[in-house]
Design a protein around this ligand. Structure first.
Ligand SMILES: [Zn+2]
Length: 238
């Protein structure tokens, strides 16, 4: 089983959770999308190379806060981890710098170009305008042989699926992907081999037991697996 988008460094006792996942043969695309998270994930990438696929980038939520120095550091991290995907990056209408030509778009374009330059998959976060993101990627010349977009926590519609598939996109499906009718209706248009499952677990992932105690790393790993199984079953019952 593979969790295609997860922020394990935002969970308590991340290294122990990784060990529990490894013990159960669960692989994860571990996303580090803020400078502090790069530092927190690097030792995990090194300790669990068999089960973790690194994904390193800058999230649109901090587009207006990050310095140019961080943009340069991102390049260095991607060189240090040659198998790392780029991202997550994208557009999110809930955060500053969302309008065309503002900070979010510049940061997305920078990372999309890095993905093409390094020939790596590009993890996309889209809340708002999928079509603007598609246009940016199309204009930049996606796909490369290994540079293709991954639409994480997919929330697009049939037209997005159609255009994204032309760029050899993958679609990472989260429990939220079944919420909007237009997204739910688009899922059956995605070929099986282009579908992935994800938890997107981060600091908001429930880590309390019903009795109020904190879940152990073992229990967190089980909850992550259960979340993936729920998505798998929802896809089957479409
Ligand atoms: Zn994420």
């Amino acid at each position: 089983m593979l969790d295609f988008h997860v922020h394990l460094a935002r969970l308590p006792e991340a290294a122990l959770v990784c060990r529990e996942l490894q013990r159960r043969h669960i692989q994860s695309v571990l996303v580090a999308c803020e400078p502090w998270e790069w530092d927190a994930c690097a030792p995990l990438f090194q300790e669990f190379p068999q089960t973790l696929i690194p994904c390193i980038g800058i999230h649109p939520m901090i587009a207006e806060q990050v310095s140019n120095e961080s943009w340069e550091q991102l390049k260095t991290w991607l060189q240090k981890f040659p198998q790392a995907y780029v991202g997550e990056c994208g557009l999110d209408k809930r955060y500053p710098g969302y309008a065309p030509n503002e900070a979010q778009e510049k940061l997305l374009t920078f990372q999309a170009k890095l993905a093409l330059e390094f020939n790596r998959p590009l993890m996309i976060h889209a809340v708002g305008d999928h079509r603007r993101i598609l246009k940016i990627l199309e204009d930049l010349g996606f796909p490369g042989s290994n540079a293709f977009p991954i639409f994480h926590r997919f929330g697009g519609d049939k037209e997005v699926v159609k255009r994204a598939l032309r760029m050899h996109a993958l679609f990472s499906i989260h429990p939220d992907s079944f919420r909007k009718a237009s997204t739910k209706a688009s899922l059956s248009a995605i070929p099986q081999e282009s579908l992935r499952l994800e938890t997107d677990a981060d600091e908001s992932f429930p880590i309390q037991n019903p009795d109020g105690t904190q879940k152990t790393p073992d229990e967190i790993a089980q909850a992550l697996i259960q979340s993936l199984q729920t998505v798998e079953e929802s896809l089957k019952s479409l």
